[in-house]
Design a protein around this ligand. Structure first.
Ligand SMILES: Cc1cc2nc3c(=O)[nH]c(=O)nc-3n(C[C@H](O)[C@H](O)[C@H](O)COP(=O)(O)O)c2cc1C
Length: 167
């Protein structure tokens, strides 16, 4: 367990997002910080997801995901979507389905809709590449939430090794 390593990694500037997934009638969403742009042309986003998450099966089958950008005052939403799937996590807020059926949150700062174009294993996660097929800024005056603002919400300190080990 390492609080200092967790704090170190929170110095990497990352946003906080609600990633939406869908397959047929089934939808889900989860909080994610490991999202980044990786190409201009075509515009690609990369997402790192723990394959044990309920969302992963829907993502694999639906082959699409949304990235809903959270605003600074939306810590409650970040905590809500970080809960494991059980009761319908999407019942709490208003959303609309995108072209691929993935949930787009009406109250996000902005959203992107992506189609799966590839994946590769990444340690205890899977890196999924998505081509951006649509997107919208909903609240241009808002400031995006940063991962550091979420503090210990994701319990990361318990997930890092105690120290770095040279290979
Ligand atoms: C601030 C924060 C950032 C997170 N970032 C990620 C992430 O990038 N990738 C991931 O797989 N899980 C991430 N999580 C954990 C998931 O949100 C959490 O495990 C969630 O319960 C998964 O939901 P699901 O089982 O309904 O799919 C994060 C949690 C928090 C609080």
């Amino acid at each position: 367990m390492s609080n200092s390593i967790a704090a170190l990694f929170q110095c990497l500037t990352q946003g906080v997002y609600v990633v939406g997934v869908a397959h047929g009638e089934n939808c889900n969403a989860f909080t994610a910080a490991w999202v980044m742009q990786v190409s201009f042309n075509p515009p690609l986003l990369a997402l790192s997801i723990n394959p044990n998450h309920s969302s992963y099966g829907l993502l694999q089958r639906g082959k699409a995901f949304s990235v809903n950008v959270l605003k600074q005052d939306q810590l409650e939403l970040a905590a809500h979507y970080a809960e494991p799937a059980g009761a319908d996590k999407l019942a709490l807020v208003e959303w609309v389905p995108g072209r691929t059926g993935v949930p787009l949150l009406n109250d996000a700062m902005a959203w992107f809709e992506c189609e799966w174009v590839g994946s590769c294993p990444a340690g205890d996660h899977v890196l999924v590449l998505g081509k951006v097929i649509d997107g919208k800024i909903l609240d241009a005056a808002a400031r995006p939430m940063t991962y550091q603002e979420t503090g210990s919400m994701d319990g990361a300190a318990a997930l890092f090794p105690d120290a770095f080990t040279p290979s």
